[in-house]
Write a protein that binds this ligand. Structure first.
Ligand code: ADP
Length: 160
């Protein structure tokens, strides 16, 4: 489809679960904007620039991807870049309630923007950026959960 889709998230850092969603979204939409939410209230480990650079490197072999950042309301930001679709990943039922609430709120803010939910490969359904950070912080092996460049970035942060 010719529409522009927006995949917003904190991506602190990007995981193979996120990349799986990026690939699925690109099968449906020809142009995908991956946008890092600044989210200072979440005290991210990686800066906005670092998170963007990790996504850029991890998606370098996928065409039709633009990486950017935002600190606006997600739905409003979607409109500002002419995106008609917001992509969100659903890992499990536990994600549903919050995502459902947010999708309806976003629809209220921008009625012309639809949220589309995509499910990752089940092998990534238990994967989250916070779990990956916890494991890396304690010196555990996270290589099967994140792109190589993110593994290196986590090593640099935690000095492992
Ligand atoms: P946010 O703070 O916006 O939830 P995240 O970076 O945690 O940011 O996630 C961004 C989006 O990617 C969310 O829709 C989330 O549900 C989804 N996501 C996160 N981890 C995974 C995963 N392992 N598989 C599929 N989707 C995921």
């Amino acid at each position: 489809m010719g529409e522009i889709a927006l995949y917003p998230g904190t991506f602190d850092p990007v995981t193979l679960g996120h990349i799986d969603i990026v690939k699925r979204a690109r099968k449906i939409f020809s142009s995908l904007v991956v946008a890092v939410a600044e989210n200072p209230q979440k005290s991210p480990l990686f800066s906005v620039e670092e998170r963007m650079e990790l996504i850029r490197t991890a998606t370098a072999d996928i065409d039709g991807i633009t990486v950017t950042w935002f600190n606006d309301l997600t739905a409003r930001f979607a409109r500002s870049i002419n995106a008609t679709v917001i992509i969100r990943g659903l890992r499990a039922v536990s994600d549903f309630e919050f995502e459902f609430q947010m999708a309806l709120m976003n629809r209220k803010i921008e009625p012309l923007v639809e949220t589309v939910f995509l499910m990752p490969n089940e092998k990534y359904s238990y994967l989250s950026s916070s779990l990956v950070k916890d494991i890396a912080r304690r010196g555990g092996d996270i290589s099967c959960f994140v792109p190589e460049v993110v593994g290196a970035g986590l090593k640099a942060k935690f000095g492992a």
